[in-house]
Design a protein around this ligand. Structure first.
Ligand SMILES: [Zn+2]
Length: 364
């Protein structure tokens, strides 16, 4: 079990299982002689990819980021990817039922990120897996998914989202919205045009939240809180209290962790990006342990942290590089915890630069 406390929030990783991906496709233009030093491929050249969802408990709401591959794949898809379908079992093992989930957020709408959004009931009708939840997904993704390119049409399964949009249970996000106090989204184009990361600020006072990636945000520009019925008033009071401020400076405390304190360093991994002027000007620097980011397929595993180690699935590989620079320009100086959706072993780590300037993933 991977679980930690991030300021006021509790974060837990729940897996939907693992699935095989072609190693060449997973690492794009990187030659096998290089990526095979980091991950093992089988005789068919398949590597193992994880399906990590992030559960956030705010104290008042339970939020699930990503819903894995689900259990509705076609026979053809099952042949290619299998269908581990372990998420609900793993949640149940921790005492969490589908009715406990208040909010579901999808970073994008590829089948391996929103599969458990819905299930078929006994009559074959598609129904929400999490009946009480408000669902959120990027609007640009949904628009694209209605008419995807031939290249990635196989990745979009309308039953995962269309029924939710139709009933109004899924809200489509523009960009930058705050879904709950401390939980907001931010578009990082590259893998797709509209993929959104989920940024979790576990100990940020509402009035201190002045920094967004690459720009400073005035009070008037702050993301709109979207959760109807969310008890923002009480959360704000809590965040304004002196104790809230104190908590902001506490490091993440690890409740349970399976990985040892290890540092993985990677070749070809010099960070070329410097913090943008806007970031410097904002002066905001979240202390270590208070901010986490579910960066989704921008950096799917710890083996993909170098700027040039992108997946061949990315529709806009040059934008992936720019988005990674943008992300690291804030996440490294502010010591964010990065969540890796497809890493089967290391679901989260701090990405840092070592003394030689190489990018390293430092596990917590
Ligand atoms: Zn994807």
């Amino acid at each position: 079990m991977h679980r930690l406390t991030l300021g006021d929030f509790e974060l837990t990783i729940f897996s939907d299982g693992t699935y095989p991906l072609d190693g060449g496709a997973f690492f794009g233009v990187v030659p096998k002689i290089m990526w095979s030093r980091k991950v093992e491929a089988d005789e068919r050249n398949y590597v193992t990819a994880g399906l990590n969802s992030l559960l956030i408990r705010t104290g008042q709401q339970t939020v699930l980021v990503e819903t894995g591959m689900g259990n509705k794949l076609s026979d053809r898809m099952v042949k290619i990817y299998g269908q581990p379908a372990q998420l609900l079992t793993n949640l149940a093992a921790a005492g969490i039922s589908p009715e406990d989930i208040d909010i579901v957020i999808n970073s994008h709408l590829h089948f391996d990120h929103c599969g458990w959004n819905t299930v078929r009931d006994k009559t074959g009708k598609i129904v929400p897996t999490f009946p009480r939840a408000k669902y959120y997904a990027p609007e640009g993704e949904w628009q694209y998914a209605r008419k995807p390119s031939e290249r990635d049409a196989i990745s979009y399964i309308p039953d995962n989202y269309d029924p939710l949009v139709k009933t109004g249970q899924m809200t489509l996000l523009k960009d930058g919205e705050e879904i709950l106090p401390g939980i907001s989204v931010k578009t990082f184009p590259g893998h797709t045009a509209s993929m959104q990361a989920v940024i979790i600020r576990g100990g940020v006072c509402a009035e201190d939240e002045t920094s967004d990636v690459g720009r400073s945000t005035s009070a008037a520009e702050r993301p709109k809180n979207l959760a109807h019925g969310a008890s923002r008033g009480s959360e704000e009071k809590r965040r304004e209290a002196p104790e809230g401020r104190k908590r902001e400076h506490e490091p993440a405390s690890i409740v349970e962790e399976t990985n040892n304190e290890t540092t993985a360093s990677f070749e070809m991994a010099r960070l070329q990006a410097a913090p943008s002027d806007a970031t410097k000007e904002s002066g905001a620097s979240a202390p270590e342990g208070t901010t986490a980011c579910f960066i989704s397929d921008l950096i799917p595993t710890t083996a993909h942290i170098d700027l040039t180690w992108g997946m061949s699935f990315d529709l806009y590989p040059l934008q992936t590089i720019e988005s990674k620079k943008h992300y690291y320009a804030q996440s490294i100086p502010e010591k964010w915890l990065t969540v890796f959706t497809h890493d089967p072993k290391i679901p989260w780590a701090h990405v840092e630069k070592d003394e030689l300037g190489k990018m390293v993933a430092k596990t917590v």
